[in-house]
Design a protein around this ligand. Structure first.
Ligand SMILES: [Zn+2]
Length: 534
C-alpha cells in the first residue's frame, strides 16, 4: 500500500461489453462484477474503424489516429503500391509512459500492441504481440534488456497454424489458457516488485478466441455447425479465465487506487455473405484487373528448372513475388486504369483512391479528391451488406490521417451478423458462402469480427456518461494529479489530488526504425494465425 495515487490498467483485447454483461448476470465473472458494483462497467465508445493498433494507441495517447499516426498494422509506401508494417517509432505523440517517465513517475508496461521496439521508460516495458521475436533468446522486446532473464517466458503467439478440426479447437484453447497463465504469473510478479505509479498489461486471448471460436459459442450463428459440439462454450471459458486473471492482478496491486479494465473494441459474429469489394469497383467502372496470363507463364517457366534447384528458386521466387502481403493484397490490378481499390481486409474494410502524385500510377487529379470520395461513398452504400461508407477525413483528423485508407466501410449488422470481406479477383461482388467454404477456416473471413463499442470497467464511479477511448489517458493522468494539455479526450473521474498542468514539452520522438524483410514476414505469419490477414 502506498499513500500516493496509483493506477492499475488492465487491457483485454477484443473484450465485448455485451458478452460481459450477459455473463456477469449469470454469475460467471465475479471480479468484473465487483468492479461494476464499485464504479462502472459497460460500453466505451471506440475508434472508427474498430482496429487493434489505432484503438490501443488512442487509448494510451488520448488523441485520434490521424494525430498519433498508428492507423493500422501497415501503411502504404508512397509511389509503388507496396506496404510496410508500422511500429512504435511511427507514433507521433507521447504515450502515458513517456509523459509519466518525464515527470519521474515509475511505470511498468506489458504487452501493449504497437510498442515494439520498447521505449526507454522510467521502469519496465515489454512490447506487444507485434514484436518480431522469432525465438526465446532474443531480448529485443524488453526494456531494460537486463530484465530479460526474468521475463523470457513471455509468450507472443503459440498458434502455429490455422487448422480447423475438433482436435485443433481443444488444443488451441488449452494453449490460450496456458498463455494467460504465463502472462498472469509474470504480471503479478512484476506488479508486486514495487509500487508502480502506472502498471499496464494487455492480454489478447479474448480477441483470438472470438476470431476463431465464435461459431461454436454462438449456436444461432449462421456458421454454426451442429456436428461440432466440443469444446463447449469456448469464449466463456476464456472470459472466465481472464476474469480470474483480473482478480489476481487486483490482489497483487493491493492498493485502494484506481483499477481500469479496458478493451480496444468489442466483437460480433460473421454471417455467410461474402463481399468482394474490388469486383464491385470493377463492375462500377472504378477498377480494372490485369489479364491473368503472367502467373501461368511463370509456372510454365519453373517446369524447365531442374528438380534440385527448384527448392531454392521457389523460396526466392515465393519471397519476392508471392508471399509478401503487399503482393497478395495489390497484385492483379491494372493501376493506370484504376481509380479506387480495396485491400479487402476483413478486419478493416476500406477503399483507397488512386490519386495522381500520391500513388505511383495515380489517375485521380488531387483537385478531384473530395468529389471522388463522395461519389464513391454513394456508390459503396448501394453494395448489399454495407451500412455506411465513411470518408476518412470525417473520423481521422490530423497531420497523419493520410496514412489510412480514404474511405472506411461500416458493414450492416441488422441481421445480428455482418458480411465477410474476402479477397477475390473477378466474378460476382456478393456471394453466399457454402458450408464447405467457411468450415475450412481459410480465406473465408473469421467467424468472429471486431465491432464497436469497446469495453470499460472502473473501480471508481464515472462523473459522466458515454466515455470514449480518447478519455482513458486523460483519466489515468488526472487520477495521478496531472492534466496534460495535448490530449483530445477528457477525464471521466473525480481526481483525488490537486492537479498540476503539464504542457506537451520535451518528448523526443524515437528515430524511425524499419522492419527487415524477415521481421515483416514473421509478423505477417503471426497475424494470420491470430486471425488478421488471409
Ligand atoms: Zn484488438
Amino acid at each position: 500500500m502506498s499513500d500516493r495515487p496509483r493506477v492499475l490498467l488492465i487491457g483485454l483485447d477484443g473484450f465485448s461489453p455485451d458478452l460481459t454483461a450477459q455473463w456477469i448476470e449469470q454469475g460467471h465473472l465475479p471480479h468484473l462484477a465487483m468492479l461494476q458494483e464499485q464504479g462502472y462497467l459497460g460500453a466505451l465508445r471506440g475508434v472508427t474503424p474498430p482496429v487493434t493498433y489505432p484503438a490501443w494507441t488512442t487509448c494510451v495517447t488520448g488523441v485520434n489516429p490521424g494525430r498519433h499516426g498508428i492507423t493500422d498494422f501497415t501503411i502504404s509506401l508512397p509511389g509503388n503500391y507496396g506496404i510496410r508494417f508500422l511500429n512504435s517509432t511511427d507514433r507521433q505523440v507521447p504515450a502515458l509512459w513517456n509523459i509519466l517517465s518525464s515527470l519521474g513517475k515509475r511505470v511498468c508496461i506489458l504487452g501493449v500492441p504497437a510498442t515494439y521496439p520498447p521505449e526507454a521508460v522510467n521502469g519496465i516495458m515489454l512490447s506487444g504481440f507485434d514484436s518480431p521475436v522469432a525465438d526465446r533468446l532474443d531480448p529485443s522486446y524488453v526494456y531494460p534488456p537486463e530484465l530479460f532473464s526474468q521475463v523470457s517466458q513471455w509468450p507472443f503467439s503459440l498458434f502455429q497454424e490455422h487448422r480447423i478440426s475438433s482436435r485443433w479447437y481443444e488444443e488451441a484453447l488449452a494453449l490460450l489458457e496456458k498463455k494467460i497463465a504465463v502472462q498472469e504469473e509474470i504480471g503479478c510478479r512484476l506488479l508486486q516488485q514495487e509500487a508502480w505509479d502506472l502498471f499496464m498489461i494487455v492480454l489478447n486471448e479474448a480477441d483470438t478466441v472470438s476470431h476463431h471460436f465464435w461459431q461454436l459459442e454462438d449456436t444461432a450463428s449462421p456458421r454454426h455447425d451442429p456436428e461440432i459440439t466440443a469444446p463447449d462454450s469456448p469464449i466463456l471459458r476464456i472470459y472466465r479465465r481472464l476474469d480470474e486473471a483480473v482478480g489476481r492482478f487486483i490482489d497483487a496491486f493491493d492498493d485502494p487506487g484506481l483499477v481500469l479494465v479496458v478493451s480496444d473494441h468489442g466483437f460480433g459474429g460473421a454471417g455467410v455473405q461474402a463481399l468482394h469489394i474490388n469486383n464491385y469497383l470493377e463492375a462500377c467502372g472504378w477498377l480494372s484487373y490485369k489479364k491473368a496470363s503472367q502467373g501461368i507463364l511463370k509456372k510454365a517457366a519453373l517446369r524447365w528448372v531442374p528438380m534440385r534447384l527448384r527448392g531454392t528458386l521457389f523460396r526466392r521466387f515465393q519471397r519476392l513475388v508471392e508471399s509478401l502481403e503487399s503482393r497478395a493484397r495489390r497484385g492483379g490490378i491494372q493501376w493506370d486504369k484504376t481509380r479506387a481499390w480495396s485491400d479487402e481486409l476483413d478486419y478493416c474494410p476500406a477503399i483507397r483512391l488512386n490519386v495522381a502524385g500520391r500513388e505511383g500510377k495515380g489517375i485521380i487529379p488531387p483537385e478531384q479528391y473530395a468529389s471522388s470520395v463522395s461519389e464513391l461513398c454513394a456508390l459503396l452504400e448501394k453494395l448489399p451488406g454495407v451500412a455506411r461508407a465513411v470518408p476518412r477525413d470525417t473520423v481521422y483528423k490530423g497531420a497523419f490521417a493520410d496514412r489510412a485508407a480514404d474511405i472506411f466501410l461500416e458493414l450492416d449488422w441488422s441481421t445480428g451478423y455482418r458480411a465477410s470481406v474476402i479477397r477475390k479477383r473477378g466474378g460476382a461482388a456478393v456471394e453466399v458462402l457454402q458450408p464447405e467454404a467457411y468450415k475450412g477456416g481459410k480465406e473465408q473471413g473469421c467467424a468472429g469480427v471486431h465491432r464497436n463499442p469497446a469495453f470499460l470497467a472502473s473501480s471508481r464511479p464515472l462523473t459522466r456518461k458515454n466515455p470514449a477511448m480518447e478519455d482513458i489517458a486523460p483519466a489515468v493522468l488526472s487520477w495521478l494529479g496531472i492534466t496534460y494539455e495535448g490530449m483530445e479526450g477528457k477525464s471521466f473521474l473525480e481526481s483525488q489530488v490537486q492537479e498540476e498542468t503539464v504542457c506537451p514539452a520535451d518528448w523526443i520522438k524515437a528515430s524511425e526504425k524499419k522492419y527487415t524483410e524477415e521481421e515483416e514476414s514473421l509478423l505477417e505469419k503471426r497475424m494470420k494465425a491470430l486471425g488478421y490477414f488471409e
